[in-house]
Ligand binder design. Structure first.
Ligand code: ATP
Length: 190
């Protein structure tokens, strides 16, 4: 079995995340894709804007209709700072025979030197870097680049727009947008 691992803050999950997930499922012929929300991001010290429970709930809503996607709460269960190498170790122990591919966006490449045990991580999983608008990336011996359709969206932009009462039309699944408004997340309804 070929299992993909797609981690992130998902604060909130947006159409870019869903599009990347659909594209890698198809392009890499994955048997399943584990989507793993971060408990505590190693490089984002300001923390998350939505709670772990809300981020998890939004992921379940956003991916409800897509086969082969599993939302995996292992980083919440482990607690503390979420290092990808630890997550891969956890996933390896549960899927011992699988080929593992770690999916990340092109914006993360510049931080690879700071990742905990990147060399070991690379032995545990093939690193797949997906293209992202505004981020130039070339293949290297450290990772493989996979081209995906361009989704010009970021969670930061969505949080900023929501905070200012701007439109997020087309950037979020409508059900996720409803959830955000209903729970008054990201400064909405204040
Ligand atoms: P933020 O703006 O808060 O940094 P983000 O939009 O980058 O958030 P994350 O939750 O940090 O979202 O992303 C999870 C993973 O998805 C990361 O590997 C990121 O590079 C990738 N990703 C996010 N958005 C896109 C996109 N539009 N195209 C390609 N990859 C993306």
């Amino acid at each position: 079995m070929h299992t993909g691992v797609f981690g992130g803050s998902f604060d909130p999950v947006h159409v870019g995340h869903v599009g990347v997930a659909e594209a890698v499922l198809e392009k890499l012929s994955l048997d399943r894709l584990l989507v793993v929300p971060t408990a505590q991001h190693p490089f984002k010290s300001e923390g998350h804007s939505a709670s772990a429970g809300d981020r998890l709930a939004m992921l379940k809503i956003a991916f409800a209709d897509i086969d082969k996607i599993w939302i995996d709460g292992c980083e919440f269960e482990r607690g503390g700072v979420s290092y990808t190498v630890d997550t891969l170790r956890d996933i390896r122990s549960r899927f011992q025979e699988d080929k593992l591919s770690l999916i990340v966006g092109a914006d993360t490449v510049t931080s690879f030197n700071e990742w905990k045990d990147f060399k070991l991580l690379k032995e545990m999983a093939e690193v797949i870097v997906v293209t992202r608008p505004g981020e130039e990336v070339h293949g290297s011996e450290r990772f493989r680049v996979v081209e995906v359709p361009a989704f010009d969206v970021s969670a930061t932009e969505i949080r900023t727009r929501l905070e200012k009462g701007g439109s997020v039309e087309g950037l979020l699944a409508p059900e996720v947008q409803e959830f955000i408004l209903g729970r008054r997340l990201y400064g909405t309804g204040v």
